[in-house]
Design a protein around this ligand. Structure first.
Ligand SMILES: [Ca+2]
Ligand SMILES: [Ca+2]
Length: 626
């Protein structure tokens, strides 16, 4: 084993790490078109064309390349296509939430062929462990009619009462994402009308315990459920709880739970048990939700004492996020009358309007006030459209009102964040709504805006709690088309077919990526329940030894720390290129593919995120931390 020590001091390692994180990516072209010369004067190369390359460039690189006569062009970021909810009023028409389009639960493929739909004859029952469901008058509202109530069961618990009445809206929202009925009104779930058993472990106080969950898992099994979904969690593992889910999984079931909403690396349980599939949340653009937790997929074990003490880190993806589903601005069912729903259009084009405490109907011509930092008489009698930023919402609304404006629509200035939820305490009492940045061009140019707001059976929530029932519903949809598979086989197919998100390959935020229900079903059709030999490579199921195999399943990397924690030792296997690319907290090293390398100068109090990739950076072993 060859070891290579860098000559970097601790300060340098950290400083370089910071600059690497902000490294700019450029396209180099023109001049003599000599690709080798371009590469020789660049940082890490990402893509190579006939007479151009795309690479990371330092200022020094840029100067040198320009001197050699090459042209530099900024390499721009391209995002996945955004998805939208249908626009309209759910009491009048049925709206499909965006996450169903994004995860292929509805819609058609590139050839116009419909994605597989729920096969009710072989439906798998989903057990929803949450705060009950609005089947009658509960804490928040009345019965929601947008369920197939003949397919829903639930018991009574001495602590929380009847599971078929709500103990808060959370459980009803979650259940709607799994299985709201396809009936022409309201919303539609991932597996519409699918059989569900409801276990109520929470009431208004919002507390449950691991023992409650162990008991609930047994109730799910007793009621012949195949899938358990839990939009809940907390810190610390508990063997009774873990054994309950292990047993459910060992008996052929599938258990899913939310990663958590604290936006940090904390591992929540039950999601953190290996037997439970941890679900993260992405937004409508396919970006990770800011709140979605991303625990490391590494397990560290220490052996020996004193000088012989060694720490070994291995990768276990089943203790981290495995897949994600849309969970930002999720539209679903509420206990009847339990929320308000706002319907908004700009020249007939729908947009998401977040109500404030100053709600009410609006209908009129618009005037765009920019950031509304001063009054403007042209807003008189108009609906003010206003950009977020520079001054408070209250000041903006007051300037609109003082200009004679009849209402305000404040547009977010951050993409992917949804509409602005405004605190309007102290503002003039004109109807005031928030809107998302993505709708800015529709709103600003609109001749007319119409907004109505009324009590409703439908509304929005954010959270990995909203993503998890989406994954459970997708699992029910996929499984109903392949009823002889086990829950674990469905889980593997969902991971193998997920659409990669974030950094290339498996990562702690997305796991394998965004669930693709139709692709998962096609994967099982192509490979059988047991899946491909190389389960992370759906494109090459038959020959994992094929050197052109792009899969990541054969690639492994781990490491340890020595010298008082200041040296990082990285090991890898399964790579085919002559060099590999090692990223240490974003700082890139090209190393001979000899299986290991070491880096000195680490800060002993810092954790480093390490990724080993083939030299071209396209295929990587799972990321790990030291
Ligand atoms: Ca419906
Ligand atoms: Ca990824």
């Amino acid at each position: 084993m060859v070891s290579k020590l860098t000559k970097l001091s601790a300060a340098t390692l950290l400083a370089l790490g910071a600059s690497a994180a902000s490294a700019e990516r450029w396209i180099i072209k023109g001049g003599d078109g000599d690709v080798a010369k371009m590469k020789g004067n660049s940082g890490k190369m990402h893509v190579q064309g006939n007479n151009w390359i795309a690479a990371d460039l330092s200022d020094l690189n840029k100067g040198q390349l320009k001197k050699l006569g090459y042209t530099l062009e900024a390499d721009l970021k391209r995002q996945l296509m955004s998805f939208s909810d249908d626009a309209g009023d759910p009491t009048m028409t049925q709206l499909t939430p965006y996450a169903l389009y994004q995860s292929q639960a509805v819609g058609t493929d590139a050839n116009g062929d419909a994605y597989p739909s729920l096969n009710m004859a072989s439906a798998k029952k989903v057990c929803v462990i949450d705060s009950g469901i609005a089947g009658g008058d509960g804490d928040t509202g009345g019965k929601n009619d947008d369920f197939d109530w003949t397919n829903i069961s639930g018991g009574t618990d001495s602590g929380t009462g009847n599971a078929l009445t709500d103990g808060g809206p959370h459980g009803t929202h979650v259940a709607g994402t799994v299985a709201a009925a396809d009936n022409g009104f309201g919303v539609v779930g991932f597996a519409p009308g699918n059989p569900m058993h409801i276990v109520k472990v929470f009431n208004a106080s919002g507390w449950g315990y691991s023992s409650d969950l162990a008991h609930a898992a047994q109730e799910c099994a007793d009621n012949n459920a195949d899938i358990i979904t839990m939009s809940l969690g907390g810190g610390g593992a508990n063997s009774t709880e873990e054994n309950a889910f292990k047993s459910f999984t060992a008996n052929g079931g599938l258990v899913l739970a939310a990663a958590g909403n604290d936006g940090n690396t904390t591992r929540s349980y039950p999601a953190g048990y290996s037997s439970v599939m941890m679900i993260g949340a992405n937004d409508a653009n396919g970006d990770i939700a800011s709140f979605s937790q991303f625990p490391p997929t590494t397990v560290t074990t220490t052996t020996g004492r004193g000088k012989n003490r060694t720490t070994t880190t291995t990768t276990d993806e089943t203790v981290g996020v495995e897949v994600t589903v849309g969970g930002v601005g999720t539209l679903s069912t509420y206990p009847s009358g339990g929320t308000t729903f706002t319907s908004a259009t700009a020249d007939g084009v729908g947009f998401t309007a977040a109500e404030s405490d100053n709600n009410g109907s609006l209908n009129g011509a618009t005037y765009h006030m920019g950031t509304a930092e001063a009054t403007d008489s042209l807003a008189n009698g108009k609906i003010c459209t206003i950009d977020r930023g520079n001054i408070s919402f209250v000041d903006k609304i007051n300037n609109c009102h003082a200009s004679g404006g009849i209402g305000a629509v404040v547009i977010n200035n951050i993409a992917g964040e949804g509409p602005v939820y405004m605190d309007v305490t102290g503002a003039a009492s004109i109807p005031s709504y928030g809107a998302p940045f993505e709708s800015r061009s529709d709103i600003m140019g609109a001749g007319n805006i119409t907004i109505s707001s009324a009590t409703s059976d439908y509304g929005y929530m954010d959270g990995t709690s909203m993503a998890t029932p989406g994954a459970a519903g997708a699992a029910a949809l996929i499984w109903s088309n392949h009823p002889t598979c086990t829950g674990t086989e469905i889980r593997d197919a969902m991971k193998a077919s997920a659409q990669d998100g974030g950094t290339t390959g498996h990562d702690d935020y997305f796991g394998h990526g965004i669930v693709q229900a139709a692709d998962a079903s096609a994967y099982i059709t192509a490979n059988g329940c047991a899946g491909a030999t190389d389960p992370t490579d759906p494109t090459d199921p038959t020959d994992p030894t094929d050197p052109t195999d792009p899969g990541t399943g054969d690639l492994a990397a781990d490491g340890s720390r020595s010298k008082g924690g200041r040296t990082l030792n990285v090991n890898w296997s399964g790579f085919s290129s002559s060099n590999v690319s090692v990223s240490v907290d974003g700082q890139l090293f090209t190393e001979a593919n000899d299986g290991s390398s070491s880096y000195t100068g680490a800060s002993k109090n810092a954790t480093y995120t390490i990724k080993v990739c083939e030299e071209d950076g396209t295929t990587c072993a799972p990321t790990f931390s030291l």
